[in-house]
Design a protein around this ligand. Structure first.
Ligand code: PMT
Length: 424
């Protein structure tokens, strides 16, 4: 979703930087427009560097061609929401009285999008009947006012007039956009893509995971307010902006990264396709073709099981299961064997979903439930999986209460882990 941030000329203009970053953390596409006065407080370059878009300021920009769109109209149509922070007394007056003497005020008149303003000014200016009348006019026209806080102001006075905190403004923006913010305060550790185990300097054992499922989960979690740590095997995908990306190659590197960051996480989601075996030895030089080749492989560590063993109180742990037959039964066996809170089982034998596809379908399995998530885009599925994870936190959906002896006996019934194999 697209948000235009308008910055007018008050000392709180520097806080607009934080607002832009907060909005980007929620995976919103942000552009900035500034009044001339705002540029006295902060350079447009700061915003263009942060957003990757030029900062729009002038009505008198000469278009590249006669049929090029008119900037302030095009931008007014582009935005899903306009938020002005800080909004000075002068800006509120110009909005209230329909003046259109710069880019921001002109765009305000031309936009069909919802408008939010976060006023910031000296207390006396804020309380002045003229300002309050302007605020009332705007409120009556549907403009949402993010009330200023009271406190020490830049002028030394103490009272109302300090701009609301950027995080608070961002929350109002998200609510106005109808965006769920139910993962605010959570730290979600997600693994994505496949790992690679070297055979020699040029070859490896790998798998078909592209990272699309894990990256979609990362984007969905971030847009719902979580801080995301994404541990990714090799992938050509761009990670969502502002999520912390840790690149790894082998299963052991993924294990190290996950275990080091696990204590920070409130939710761990293991969607990576981790190698189950690695070569016992890695050839120092490129192997030559000399008839049949026998590879000796040893099992890798089971990262998910280890994460479960090291679970910190309250941490939710969700694994994936990539299956090609009896998917739900196999998924349930994995759930029991690994001891996760839930397993997302998907059929990787199908061409239309699973590996490298833009779509997926899955069953979200807990000890007591099996929720069918039909075929949809991986991004949408990411949200549906997160819905189910959030529901696990709710008291009414607590898993059936099993004693530790019952759990142990269920685990014993699950198929045993695989032994080392030889591939010929
Ligand atoms: O990346 P895409 O192209 O979008 O494809 C998505 C996907 C098909 C890879 C994804 O949806 C998926 O199924 N991921 C899990 C793949 C997998 O390794 O499944 P598994 O059944 O072999 O492993 C079960 C669980 O144990 C997984 O959470 C896995 O991360 C974990 N595991 C496995 C082996 C190992 N050594 N350590 C682990 O932690």
């Amino acid at each position: 979703m697209k948000v235009m941030v308008g910055v007018s000329g008050g000392i709180a203009a520097y806080k607009a930087v934080e607002l832009v970053r907060a909005l980007q953390r929620h995976a919103l596409d942000v552009r900035v427009t500034m009044t001339d006065a705002a540029t006295q407080f902060i350079q447009p370059l700061t915003f263009s560097a942060l957003t990757g878009h030029r900062v729009l300021r002038s009505l008198w920009h000469t278009p590249d061609s006669p049929d090029a769109p008119i900037d302030h109209i095009a931008e007014a149509q582009w935005a899903d929401l306009l938020v002005v922070a800080p909004a000075t007394a002068d800006l509120l007056a110009r909005f209230a009285h329909g003046l259109a003497n710069d880019f921001l005020t002109t765009m305000y008149l031309a936009t069909p999008a919802p408008v939010l303003v976060a006023p910031a000014m000296n207390s006396l200016m804020w309380q002045h009947p003229a300002t309050q009348a302007n605020v009332e006019i705007l409120r009556q026209r549907g403009v949402r006012i993010v009330e200023p806080d009271a406190g020490q102001l830049a002028c030394g006075m103490v009272g109302p007039g300090r701009m609301a905190e950027p995080e608070q403004i961002a929350n109002v923006v998200l609510a106005a956009l109808g965006r769920s913010h139910d993962l605010a305060g959570e730290v979600v550790l997600i693994t994505a893509a496949g790992t690679r185990e070297a055979l020699d300097p040029v070859r490896f054992l790998g798998n078909r995971s592209s990272g699309k499922m894990g990256y979609a989960l990362a984007e969905a979690a971030q847009s719902r307010g979580a801080r995301v740590i994404l541990v990714s095997g090799p992938s050509a995908l761009q990670p969502p902006i502002h999520c912390e990306l840790l690149r790894v190659t082998t299963a052991e590197e993924m294990r190290q990264a996950v275990l080091v960051r696990q204590p920070e996480a409130t939710i761990v989601i293991k969607s990576a396709a981790v190698a189950d075996y690695r070569p016992v030895t890695v050839a120092a030089q490129k192997m030559r073709r000399q008839g049949p080749l026998v590879l000796e492989l040893q099992p890798t560590e089971d990262i998910l099981a280890e994460v479960v063993q090291r679970r910190i109180p309250g941490q939710l742990i969700v694994g994936f299961a990539a299956e090609t037959e009896d998917t739900v039964e196999q998924g349930r066996a994995k759930l029991l064997r690994k001891g996760a809170d839930a397993i997302v089982v998907n059929d990787v034998g199908r061409e239309d979903i699973g590996f490298d596809s833009d779509e997926n379908a899955a069953t979200f399995l807990t000890l007591s439930t099996a929720i069918d998530l039909p075929r949809m885009s991986k991004r949408k599925l990411g949200d549906r999986i997160l819905d189910e994870i959030v529901a696990l936190r709710r008291p009414q959906s607590l898993l059936v209460e099993l004693s530790s002896a019952e759990l142990e006996s269920l685990r014993e019934q699950a198929p045993a882990p695989r032994k080392p194999i030889l591939i010929e």
